[in-house]
Design a protein around this ligand. Structure first.
Ligand code: SF4
Length: 359
C-alpha cells in the first residue's frame, strides 16, 4: 500500500491517521516484516493489525553468495511461485536487481528465465518486499544503507507487462518516510513493449529507461527476441526517439546489447548498430554491452574478451558511447539471463522442473 492507501485502511479500522504514518515508517523506514516487531504500537493494535492484514508474503528459500560478493536470493510467494533477486555490491554503490514477474512470457532465445514461461505478475507488495529482504540481509534489519542503493528492474520478467504494479512499487519505495529510493536511482529495462514506452515517457517522476536491443536488424532480432515480431525495430526506435525528446538536460538513456559469440558481435554488427541509431537520430543513447552469460540449455556462448573490446571500439570510433557490463555472480547463476529458479548445487534444472511440475 502507498502511504495514502494505508491511511484509508487505518481509518477504516477506526484508528487515527497518525497510526498510518507509524505503520508505514515501521514497514518501509525500519524495514520490519512483522507487526509484532512494531513495539511503538500498543500490543492490542499489533494484534488487530495481524488479524486484518498480511505484512510479509515472501519467504527466502535459498541464498547463494558468489566469490565476487554478489548475493542471489531465491524466494517464494505464498502461492509457491519463484521470485529471484540479486544484490550486487560495488565500491561506490550497491545495486539490487529485482524481478517484476515470476518467470517471463517473452521468449528471448539467449535467456534462461524464458524457459520458465510466465507464472504470474508480482504484486507491488512482492516487488517492494524483495528490496526490504535484501537490504535487511546485507545491512541488518533497519540499518542505514552505507552507499545508498540503486535499483534495476532487470531480474525475471518484463517490467512493462506489469506496468501498474511496477509504478506503484516505485512510488512506495520513493516515499521519504520509507525506503526513500528516488526514481533517479532506479532503471527499468524493457525488451520493447512499445505502447508502454510512450506511457512511460509521459510520467512526471520516472526512473531511467533501458531498452534491450541485442540486434540491429529485424531478421536477427526476430530470432533472438521474438517480441520484435510484435513491435519491430522501426516501431521500437520511433518510440525511443519520442522518449529521448522528453529527457531533461544532461539525462541519457540506454540500449542494452547482449553480446553472443559469432551471432551479433562482429564489426559489421557494430556498424549496423551505429547506423540504426543515426537513422533515428538517437544522440542521447548509450550502449551497455553485456557479455552473454552461459548456461546449459542455451545454444549460445560468450564473445571473447578481444571481440567485446573490438565491438566497443568500433562503436566509439563511430561516435557512440559504449560501456561493458562486467558479469557478476556467474558462478551462482545470478548474472543477466541466468535467473530461472535454478538450484546451484544440483547444477541441473531439477528445481526448475520441480517448479513446472508443481504448477
Ligand atoms: S531477457 Fe528479460 S524479457 Fe527476455 S525472456 Fe529473459 S527475463 Fe524475459
Amino acid at each position: 500500500m502507498t502511504r495514502g492507501e494505508l491511511t484509508t485502511f487505518v481509518e477504516a479500522l477506526g484508528l487515527p491517521k497518525y497510526r498510518a504514518d507509524q505503520i508505514f515508517r515501521g514497514i518501509h523506514g525500519r524495514r520490519l516484516l512483522g507487526f509484532d516487531q512494531m513495539t511503538d504500537l500498543p500490543k492490542a493494535l499489533r494484534e488487530q493489525l495481524d488479524q486484518a492484514a498480511l505484512l510479509s508474503t515472501l519467504t527466502v528459500e535459498s541464498k547463494y553468495t558468489s566469490s565476487d560478493g554478489t548475493r542471489r536470493f531465491l524466494m517464494k510467494t505464498t502461492d509457491g511461485r519463484p521470485v529471484e533477486t540479486v544484490f550486487i555490491p560495488t565500491e561506490n554503490r550497491d545495486t539490487i536487481c529485482f524481478s517484476s514477474q515470476s518467470g517471463c512470457p517473452l521468449k528471448c532465445d539467449f535467456c534462461l528465465t524464458a524457459k520458465l514461461g510466465l507464472l504470474r505478475n508480482l504484486t507491488a507488495g512482492e516487488i517492494v518486499e524483495q528490496i526490504i529482504i535484501v537490504l535487511n540481509d546485507v545491512y541488518g534489519g533497519g540499518a542505514e544503507t552505507p552507499h545508498g542503493t540503486n535499483l534495476v528492474a532487470m531480474g525475471a520478467g518484463e517490467p512493462f507487462l506489469n506496468f501498474e504494479n511496477l509504478i506503484k512499487a516505485l512510488e512506495i519505495m520513493s516515499d521519504e518516510h520509507g525506503l526513500f529510493i528516488v526514481p533517479g536511482r532506479v532503471t527499468v529495462s524493457t525488451a520493447g513493449i512499445v505502447p508502454k514506452i510512450y506511457e512511460f515517457a509521459k510520467l512526471e517522476r520516472r526512473p531511467n529507461l533501458a531498452i534491450s536491443l541485442s540486434a540491429a536488424t529485424d531478421e536477427l532480432r526476430d530470432r533472438l527476441m521474438p517480441i520484435n515480431k510484435r513491435w519491430d525495430l522501426d516501431e521500437l526506435l520511433t518510440a525511443a526517439k519520442t522518449f529521448e525528446k522528453t529527457l531533461k538536460r544532461g539525462e541519457r538513456f540506454t540500449f542494452e546489447y547482449v553480446l553472443l559469440g559469432g551471432v551479433n558481435d562482429s564489426d559489421e554488427h557494430a556498424e549496423q548498430l551505429v547506423q540504426l541509431l543515426q537513422k533515428y537520430d538517437l544522440r542521447r543513447a548509450k550502449i551497455n554491452l553485456i557479455p552473454h552469460n552461459p548456461a546449459e540449455q542455451l545454444d549460445y556462448h560468450p564473445s571473447t574478451a578481444e571481440r567485446v573490446l573490438a565491438f566497443k571500439q568500433t562503436l566509439e570510433t563511430l561516435g557512440v558511447s559504449a560501456y561493458v557490463r562486467t558479469p557478476r555472480g556467474r558462478d551462482i547463476y545470478a548474472a543477466c539471463g541466468q535467473l530461472a529458479a535454478k538450484d546451484v548445487q544440483s547444477a541441473s534444472f531439477s528445481s526448475l522442473n520441480a517448479v513446472n511440475r508443481a504448477l
